[in-house]
Design a protein. Structure first.
Length: 256
């Protein structure tokens, strides 16, 4: 009788060990299955809105640069908006990101990028980092992006976000963008993502000959005109693109 009880105990222990071994062996498979399903869920949730954004908001307007369209479809805009607005990430409008600042409407980001006619080896200066979305778009097109944000909290947040997303060719600086980034000049292109009633002279000085600068130019209290400046020796060639409305460039720009 005693031997039968011992045998039952041994059998029970062996069954427990067998079940544990099955779980251990299959744990990586289960983990991969969960991760694959989570990834699939993310792809299903955000890929379609991003594709719709490109088709309906960009192609149906005047965005026709293949590289810009490709990049706008690649960059995950939902990673650059506050979590409570993530479902609006691909809507056809700007969104608040805190501190009185916004992430620009997707069309405007694409338009400003397209107008600059960027090349692979270009070095670009951005004034007004915000959440880092425009910098990410630029980083997928050009060699180096230098971006300046006057609000420290936004600069730190954008720098961490861009690093975490793998954008190694972007450098973020917390400073007044009015003065540019002299030690990294000259730049092939300068993009200013905030409104000013004049073009900051230091930025023109840091622009290469034949380089382009784009800025929302006009009243900081109402509407502006998106303006492209091409530097040709001592001359500046100006072209007005379209009416826009941006938050104002702060710091020194407001003192002029």
């Amino acid at each position: 009788m005693k031997n039968k009880k011992n045998i039952h105990k041994i059998v029970l222990i062996l069954i427990v060990i067998f079940i544990a071994l099955i779980f251990i062996i299959n744990k990586p498979v289960l983990k991969n299955y969960i991760e694959e399903n989570e990834t699939s869920e993310q792809v299903d949730k955000y890929t379609k809105p991003r594709e719709d954004m490109v088709e309906n908001q960009l192609k149906n307007r005047d965005i026709n640069d293949d590289k810009v369209l490709e990049v706008m479809n690649n960059v995950k805009r939902h990673k650059f908006v506050p979590s409570n607005l993530i479902d609006q990430a691909y809507d056809d409008n700007p969104l608040p990101i805190g501190y009185g600042q916004t992430i620009s409407q997707p069309y405007i980001v694409a338009l400003m990028t397209q107008i600059l006619q960027l090349k692979e080896n270009d070095r670009v200066l951005e004034i007004g980092t915000g959440s880092g979305y425009q910098a990410a778009v630029l980083a997928e097109i050009v060699k180096d992006v230098y971006t300046i944000e006057i609000i420290k909290e936004l600069a730190d947040s954008a720098e961490n976000r861009l690093n975490n997303l793998g954008y190694k060719n972007v450098r973020v600086k917390n400073a007044d963008g009015y003065f540019g980034w002299e030690e990294q000049a000259p730049f092939d292109a300068i993009i200013i993502t905030a409104a000013a009633n004049h073009i900051p002279p230091p930025l023109l000085n840091q622009l290469k000959d034949k380089g382009k600068l784009i800025i929302p130019l006009g009243s900081t209290l109402s509407f502006q005109t998106l303006t492209i400046i091409t530097k040709k020796g001592d001359e500046l060639e100006t072209e007005f693109i379209t009416g826009v409305r941006f938050v104002p460039l702060t710091g020194q720009a407001l003192k002029k």
